[in-house]
Write a new protein. Structure first.
Length: 274
């Protein structure tokens, strides 16, 4: 059975990475991860991060970089992460007011295109990592996420589908991965549990919200321990010609720690032959 290499988003173990980056990378390698997706450098220099990852044997696949940082100095962002060895730079999130459907999105789109073209010129690729807010429908009935890809070319922007948020939005993650076959180099594997009406789910990714929290339950889970069906997602990742799958868990749950959670995810994928 064909499989893909498995990386982990370092944001999932950010507390440990901040305290002991090398030791944390060694533990991820021992769990069976092949690479990492960075989310910052944790007070280390680019030289130190590159050296540690090379020594430990983890491939620096990609990096989540706030769009504001790219807008301010895309050349510096590219120089940093190309030096480390990343092939992909990822827009991780759009703040309210700058999302598809918002007036300011016109400028945001121009900036994404500019940054994507700069990445391509540097032999890197810009990706977009979705949440669920991109599944609002625009006036023409198109999902905002599709509108984003319709208004850009693969040379300007490619996709990093977050399968958790696609499912939370009521869509089929495997179908969405296949929809952008050839434009999906990385697929985010993320599991969750949701019950009842939930107001704000973004507090779990470090964002405050004023809206009603609702009386329901929402929590992130290790891969294979929540509501996702990962076999179709993994098959779709192969069919879509993805290069990597990346495990991500924004917050632990069920009394498990961050490192324990990502180990549970990796162990589950091993049971599927990955």
């Amino acid at each position: 059975m064909k499989t893909l290499p498995v990386a982990v988003q370092v944001y999932s173990v950010r507390d440990q990475a901040e305290k002991d980056f090398k030791g944390t990378m060694e533990q991820l390698k021992a769990m069976g991860y092949d690479g990492v997706e960075l989310a910052g450098l944790y007070s280390y220099s680019k030289e130190a991060v590159k050296s540690i990852l090379n020594e430990v044997g983890l491939e620096p696949v990609s990096a989540h970089v706030p769009l504001q940082d790219m807008q301010a100095d895309i050349d510096s962002v590219i120089e940093t992460y190309k030096y480390i060895g990343c092939k992909y730079i990822v827009v991780p999130y759009l703040m309210e007011g700058n999302r598809p459907g918002d007036e300011a999105f016109k400028q945001t789109l121009k900036d994404i295109i500019r940054c994507g073209e700069a990445c391509t010129a540097a032999e890197m690729t810009l990706l977009y990592h979705n949440h669920d807010f991109e599944f609002i429908k625009l006036e023409d009935g198109t999902f905002a996420l599709d509108d984003l890809y319709n208004k850009t070319t693969p040379d300007q922007l490619q996709a990093e589908p977050d399968t958790c948020w696609i499912k939370v939005a009521g869509q089929d993650p495997a179908a969405y991965v296949r929809k952008y076959a050839g434009r999906v180099p990385i697929v985010h594997l993320k599991d969750f549990f949701k019950e009842g009406q939930v107001g704000s789910m973004y507090e779990l990714i470090g964002l405050e919200a004023e809206e009603d929290k609702g009386s329901g339950v929402f929590e992130f889970r290790p891969v294979g321990h929540g509501m996702q069906d990962f076999k179709p997602i993994l098959e779709a990742s192969i069919d879509a010609h993805a290069k990597w799958v990346v495990v991500e868990q924004d917050e632990p749950s069920g009394g498990h720690g961050r490192l324990e959670s990502v180990k549970m995810s990796r162990d589950y994928l091993k049971t599927l032959g990955w």
